[in-house]
Design a protein around this ligand. Structure first.
Ligand code: FES
Ligand code: FES
Length: 156
């Protein structure tokens, strides 16, 4: 099928099998390897990206669902070589250990802050409950999202 959608604000047009996963299109066709593959079945959150501002598992999202959609990946957050506030907060709060879960965590946090710019720690934990960190750095991750929310001053 012919697929026309947007990734990080840029139009993308390609011919692909409608059953291909968004995760594979991002990593293999577009070279956007920041999005990670963990469980491949919607359980770990490592592959989380935004689709029209909502967090989705790219391992469960098929090409057939993508026409006209706006997808945002971890690569879309950095602007002109500068990390965005969420990325910087993860570094400053030492919320990154091996880093495998980090892109998915940050994209889930981004989706939360778009809807709720001033989340409580409990709301952050709930929003990130589908993202598993094998390194167990959850306290620092929640602190990082709180810090980013404060620094954004209500604007995600
Ligand atoms: S790889 Fe998609 S949820 Fe784990
Ligand atoms: S930082 Fe290693 S899995 Fe989360």
């Amino acid at each position: 099928m012919r697929l026309n959608f947007f990734v990080n604000g840029e139009p993308v047009s390609l011919d692909t099998d409608p059953q291909r996963r968004l995760l594979d299109i991002l990593r293999e066709d577009l070279g956007l390897t920041g999005t990670k593959e963990g469980c491949s079945e919607g359980e770990c959150g490592a592959c989380t990206v935004l689709m029209d501002g909502e967090a989705v598992h790219s391992c469960l999202t098929l090409a057939a669902q993508l026409n006209g959609r706006h997808v945002e990946t971890i690569e879309g957050l950095e602007k002109s070589g500068e990390l965005d506030i969420l990325q910087r907060a993860f570094v400053e709060e030492i919320a990154v250990q091996c880093g495998f879960c980090t892109p998915g965590m940050i994209m889930s946090a981004k989706a939360l802050l778009l809807k709720n710019p001033n989340p409580t720690p409990e709301e952050i934990r709930t929003a990130l409950s589908g993202n598993i960190c094998r390194c167990s750095g959850y306290v620092q991750i929640v602190n990082a999202v709180s810090r980013a929310a404060r620094e954004m001053g209500g604007e995600a």
